[in-house]
Design a protein around this ligand. Sequence first.
Ligand code: PLP
Length: 374
Amino acid sequence: MLNENVLNIKESLIRKISNESRKYENVLNLTIGEPDLPTPIGITQACIEYMQKNKINYSPTGGIVELKEEIATYYNEKYGSIYNENNVLVCSGSTEALSSTLRTIIREGDEILIPLPAYPGYEPLVQMSLGKSIFIDTTKKEFKITIEDIEKNITKKTKAIILNYPNNPTGVCLNKLELKKIVEYCLKKGIYIISDEIYEALSFSENNSISSYFNSNKIILIGGFSKSHSMTGYRLGYLLGEKKLIEQIKKVSQFTITSPNIIAQWGGVKALKEYKNREEMAIEYNKRFEFLKEKLEKLKIKVIKSQGGIYLYFKNPLKNKKSYDFVLEFLQEEHVALVPGEAFKNEGYIRVSLVKSICELEIFVEKIKSFLKK
Ligand code: PLP
């Protein structure tokens, strides 16, 4: 018998929709969670130059010093934090950073608070660590977690909360005061805060990061290059935290991946030296968001105001249809693939990835118009 914790992991809904979309030709795929904009050319060149040395070694476990220093500097300059290279662990994508963190902190039966809607990657990681996910719906609170909600769900077994702002799928962010209150409350209660800030560089407005509150061994920041620098395939992410905690998480990372990819890491150094500011990219996604928001609102569709990231989240306008059925029928009839809110444990909403040009998003608008008329 295989491990039932693995057997119990359900197939992701995003994958289901993706598989279904393969049945049709010329599908407009708006499910994808990776930026369409190219990786900045200097990053590619830096990787090629490194490869031409023709000796691709293991990297030190936890990453090369040059990259760890650049990552610490990025947050220190932007948020006034006081990280140094000992506070950084470079990982194989932020997925591995999350996995190694959860496997380090969770003891069997520990509860992890996950505000909903949530990125579908969290629950399986908690499950495989023998923890229990406690979901907190934030729909009625403008998609923001509040102290009252945490208070209602906290128990003696609560070990951590996972924050994700700018959020996937809503794009919602906490403002400075909201974040401060959550941080202070969680620290008072002694629970870990795992802040997944993978979309931080793609914020449209005010930037907020947990790095501003780095003064505790209970705060872990998760970041990466997948979204900010269109580097999904490089598998380069990281986490930041207190040195002693990093040393423990590093053991888990070491015996899982040995070390992160050395070529990608030199790309990461270049990314933070020469392409630190991602404003242009954020402006492009904001432009697409505003364009689509206006069009959908003309169709009387409620759109959630995004403050960052690469998605638009809207309310399912058809009351008699579950979002999953809406998405499936829309795909079958109009050949456009979206992600239903159910994928984020949030029935009643639908996510559009803004990873296509305005022209293609315009096609989507026409298709939804025709779908809603039927
Ligand atoms: N966290 C969130 C909120 C995401 O949306 C994603 C990817 O879509 C990840 C983590 C994983 O990213 P990575 O490519 O760094 O593993």
